[in-house]
Write a protein that binds this ligand. Sequence first.
Ligand code: ADP
Length: 748
Amino acid sequence: MKSLNLYIFILLGCLSFTYTAAQRPQEEVHNYRINSLFKDACALKNKAKYSQALQKLNEGLNIAENGEDLLLIAKSRYLQADIFLTMGMLDDALVFINYAEKIQRENNAMLDLGLTLLLKGELYFAQNRHIDASDYYDDAEDLLRENNGQQYLAKVYLAKAKFFLKFNEYKSAIFHLENALPVTNEYEGEFIRASILTTLGEVYFAQKNYNRSELILNESLKISESDQFPTLRVKAYEILSKIYGNQNDIEKAYAYQNAFYSLRDSINNIDKLKRDIREVEADASAYKDRLNADLQLQVEEQAKTLKNSKLTTILSSFLLIIISLLAISLYRNNQIKVKTNDLLLMKNVELETAKEEAIKAMQTKANFLSTVSHELRTPLYAVTGLTHLLLEENPSESQKEHLKSLKFSGDYLLAFINDILQINKIEAKKLNIQNIDFDINKIIKDVISSLTQTAKENKNTVNCEIDSNIPKQLKGDPLKLSQIFINLVSNGLKFTENGEVKLKASLVSRTENRADILFEIIDTGIGISDDMIDNIFESFAQGSIQINRKYGGTGLGLTIVKNLLELMDSKINVKSELGKGSTFYFTIPFEISEQQVSPATSENDKKNSKEYDDIIFKGLHFLVVEDNKINQVITKKMLLAKDISCDIAEDGYMAIEKAKKEQYAVILMDIHMPGISGLKTTQEIRKFNTEVPIIALTAISLDENTDDFYAVGCNDVITKPFRPDVFYSKIAKVLTENNSVTQDSIES
Ligand code: ADP
C-alpha cells in the first residue's frame, strides 16, 4: 500500500510538472489579454457604459478562472464591485468586495488589497457608515504607500476629500484634492483628474466662491467632454446651473439645467442597467456550468490514464468531489457569513443608537422634573409661608377653616415635590451615601420625639426599644437613616388609631468592626391585605382608592425607603395582618466607629430630648441673605412672629459687609443668588467669623449635595419652601448647639 501511494505521488508530481511547463507561455498570453480586458472595462465604466463594462469583465473572469488564477479572479470581482457601487447596488458590491478581499488577504496581494479596502471604504461612505469608511480609507492609504502603490493614492485623497466635503470641512477637502494632483494612474488617469477638478469645483461652490468654482468646473468639463465621462459632466452641469442661477444669468442657468436633466436621465436608466446585469450574471453562471462539465471530463480522462490502479481512480474522484463540495460549501458559508456579519453590525448600530436615545430621554426627564419641582418651590414658599402667618394673626373661625385647608394643601404639595425630587435623584444615581460617625441612640430618640406631636393626632403612642448591646457610635449616613425611620414611623402613625407604633432596634451579629442591626417598625393599625402587600413598594402604589381618599399620601414614601435601603446594602421586608397591624423590618450592616463615646448620661439625654419650644427667641437679631422680594417679606414676617428682628442683605457682597459690621445671632443664607452664591458668601464670612451659626436656605436641585453646605461652614440646612415648625426648630437647634459649644469651651 505504501509503495502504491508513493507511485501515485510521483505520477501526480510528473503530471503537474509537464502541465505547468506547457502552461507558462499560455499564462502570459492570458495575463496580457485579461489585463487589457480589465482596462477596457474600466474605461467603459467611466463612460457610464456599465453593461458593456461588465461583459468585458466577464470575459476576463472566464479566462482567469480557466487559468485558475485566483488573484485575477479577485481583481475582476473587485472591478465588478466597483461598477455595482457606481450603480448604487451596494449589497451586491459588498459581496464581491468581501470575496476579493478574502482572496487577496490569503495570497498576500497587498497592493490589490489596498485598492479593495479603498472601495470598501467608499461603499461604507455611501451607506453613511462614516467611521468605518474613514478607517478603511486610512488602511488603504497605508497599504498603498507600503506596497509601491503611489499612483493609486490620488484615489484615496479624492475619497477623503469627498468625506470632508460632506462634513463641510472645506479646508481639509481642498488640502486632500491638491495633494491628489498630479495624477499618475495609468489605468484611469484622465477620469481621476476630471473627478478631482469636479470635486474641487463642488467644494468652492459650497464655499460660495462661485468664480473659482466656475473656472475649475469648466476645466474639468474640458476633460470629461472630450473623454465622455457623463457622470462627471452631470455633476458639473448641475453645479454650473446653480452658479449661474445665483448670478442671475437665467439663460445660462437654464441651459445647464437642461443639459443636466437630459444627460442624467440617459445614464441613470437603472431598470435597463439591472436587466443588463442579470443577463451578464446568467452568462456567467452558464459559463460556470460549462467549466464544471469540463472539469468532470478531465477527471474522467485522468481516470482512464490511471486505470492501472482502480483504487486510485476511485479515491481521487472521490477526493475531488469532496473538495469541490467543500469549496462550494465554503464559498456559500462565506457568503452567508458576510451577510450575517453585515446584518449583525447594522443591528448593533441600531441598538447602540436606541440605547443612546433612551439614556438621553432619561436625562431629559430627570432634568425636566428637577427644573419643574425647583420652579414650583418658590411660589409654594409664598403660599405656605403666608398661610402660616395669616393663621398666626388671629383669623375669624370661618377664615381659619379655609386657611387650614390651604395649609394642608400647601404641605401636601410640598411633601409631594420633595418626594419627586428625591426619587428623581435616586433614579439619576445622584444620591450618595455618607459614611460618618453617628450615635444611633440619638437618631432614634430624635425621630421619636419629633413625631410625638403627630402621634397625638390619632391618639397613638410612639415608643422605641433599643438593644443595649448595640455599639453607640457607628459609621453611616445619619440623615438618610432618620429619613427612613421618619417615613416608616409616620406611615405607622397615619394608618393606626388608638394604638401604638414602636421602633425597635436589636443587634443581630457583631464582629470587631461590624455590627448588623435589625430595625423593626411595628404598628397596631389597619394592616395591609395580601394582594396589596407585594405592590406597596412600587412608585405611586397605594393600598386602595379608599385608603388614598381616607389617609391621603402620594405612594412615594415606601419607594424612597426601599431605594435608600438598597444604597445601604439592605432590603425592606413587611409582614402584616389585616386589622391587626404591620411590621416593616430590615437589617443594616454598619461599620463600628473607632471613636466610641461613653454611654449617654442622663444629662445628655435630657439635652437631646429637649423640646425646642422653650427656647427664647425674643430680642434676637438675625441677618437674612435673600434676593427674592417675596421670600424676604415672608422670612422677615416669620421671624417677627417669634419677636426676632432682622437685617436683610440682597446679595452676597452686602451680606459679607453686614456680617463684618454687626454681630448677628444667626445668619439665614439663601444658596441660589445671582452674582456671588450663598456657598461662596458663607466661605468668605467663615474667614473672619467662625462662631455665628449660618443656616443654608435652599430649594435643593438634582446637582446639589448637602455635604457641600456643611463643607463650606454652614451649621444646618433648611429646604425651601420650609415648613414653619421645621424652620423654628432648626433655628432653635443651631442656637442651643452654639450655646452649648460656647459653654463647653468656657468650661474646658
Ligand atoms: P403613601 O404616601 O400613600 O403613604 P407609601 O409609599 O408610604 O405612600 O405607602 C404605600 C401604601 O402602602 C399606602 O398607601 C398604604 O396602603 C400602605 N402602607 C404603608 N405603610 C402602612 C402601614 N404601616 N399600615 C398599613 N398600610 C400601609
